[in-house]
Design a protein around this ligand. Structure first.
Ligand SMILES: Nc1ncnc2c1ncn2[C@@H]1O[C@H](COP(=O)(O)OP(=O)(O)O)[C@@H](O)[C@H]1O
Ligand SMILES: [Mg+2]
Length: 364
């Protein structure tokens, strides 16, 4: 029982190395599959294949290295088990020949000697079976003890009767690990129920500003209020439900168009779906799909064009019917004519909501 413990530390180290190379290969493999078209277009297929081969070889080496330790471990246990049985048999035989033991006693000893070692063998087998889990345990524990980005200590329910005012007061924020602040002394008021446009070049910090409003992170200093209350005073889920977002990179799920639309409002009727889609300027195109609103769109919305995906995300946000609507360059992939129409429709549909419209140029 004690012998194999000598290898424990080595086995744990090899196990971790094995797990790490397994993870690296799995992540790389998934990425390579998902970005096949990009890799092909960039002529990077050969290089990617070589990298995957290197990673596979590394996994092979790590597996063999772990197996070697593991087999030495098994060998030692088995040697002790078999050796113990043989020793018991020899002792029993010696005792029988010298007449020190009765025939029944010798018989019982021979039977029991191998039975005695059965639990040791079982234990060793289970230990090996559980070892892969042991190497994964560090990662799982780290994940379970990860703190959320912001504390959820607010108590207010965020059920504003009228659209709330959004106000930034001298907000400073620097991304962790960055030297330059992304936001330095931002102050503005988005009046209740009105459209406020935020315009600035790429990298100006517009998306960062919106992520602070949604409390993905808290500002380093300054205050963000919604409806006169600090964002931290609201329950996190309530605050986020009160703010509908169309982010810069939209995410659509592998599900029907209708399911994608109903994400934030599962009980919405078909008429409500159509109304939101019309306001986002995509109703006609959706109706023309093979199964209309019941067409299944691929992972990340792969069967739709960039502009269609954006407008679908827009419809989804409109359907959420939140009092605050945030659009982060939401029409950047839509052509100019459609853009003007959608903006007009949006202003009509968004009437009565506090709307933050982010763009990198003023015309949008
Ligand atoms: N998650 C992040 N980690 C570190 N730096 C970031 C992160 N997101 C954005 N930044 C940096 O913050 C600055 C503002 O980015 P962003 O808010 O995305 O600008 P915009 O949306 O106006 O184009 C940029 O310099 C960018 O590199
Ligand atoms: Mg941005």
């Amino acid at each position: 029982l004690a012998g194999p413990r000598l290898w424990d530390r080595l086995l744990a180290r090899r196990g971790r190395a094995h797990w790490d190379s397994y993870e690296a290969l799995a992540a790389d493999h998934l990425e390579a599959l998902q970005s096949m078209a990009t890799l092909r277009a960039a002529g990077a297929v050969g290089r990617t294949r070589a990298r995957l081969e290197r990673r596979s070889a590394a996994l092979h080496r790590a597996t063999v290295a772990k197996m070697r330790v593991s087999l030495a471990d098994t060998g030692l246990t088995d040697l002790a088990v078999q050796g113990g049985t043989v020793a018991a048999v020899l002792v029993a035989c010696a005792a029988a020949t010298t007449g020190g033991a009765t025939a029944t006693g010798t018989y019982l000893l021979l039977m029991l000697a191998s039975e005695c070692f059965r639990p040791v063998r079982d234990l060793s087998r289970e230990w090996h079976a559980g070892h892969l889990g042991l190497s994964a345990v560090d990662g799982i524990a780290a994940l379970r003890h990860t703190e959320g980005g912001v504390p959820d200590e607010g108590t207010v329910a965020a059920d504003w009767a009228t659209p709330p005012e959004v106000r930034f007061e001298n907000v400073h924020f620097t991304h962790p690990g960055r030297a330059r602040p992304a936001l330095a002394g931002i102050a503005f008021t988005a009046p209740a129920g009105r459209v406020t446009a935020l315009v600035g070049p790429s990298g100006a910090g517009k998306s960062t500003l919106l992520s602070l409003l949604l409390r993905q992170r808290d500002p380093d200093s300054g205050r963000i209020t919604v409806g006169g209350l600090d964002t931290a005073a609201y329950r996190l889920d309530a605050l986020r439900r009160g703010i509908a977002v169309v982010s810069q990179d939209t995410y659509l799920f592998r599900a029907t168009v209708a399911d994608n639309l109903r994400l934030a409002r599962p009980a919405a009727t078909s008429a409500q779906l159509h109304e939101a889609a019309r306001a986002a300027g995509i109703h006609e195109e959706l109706s023309r799909l093979p199964d209309g609103y019941d067409t299944v769109i691929g992972e990340r919305g792969a069967t739709l064009s960039g502009g269609q995906r954006q407008r679908l995300a827009l419809a989804r946000a409109l359907l959420a019917d939140a009092p605050v609507l945030v659009l982060d360059e939401a029409t950047s992939a839509v052509d100019e004519r459609a853009e003007a129409r959608i903006t007009r429709e949006l202003l009509a549909a968004g009437r009565g909501r506090t709307c933050l419209l982010v763009a990198h140029r003023l015309e949008a």
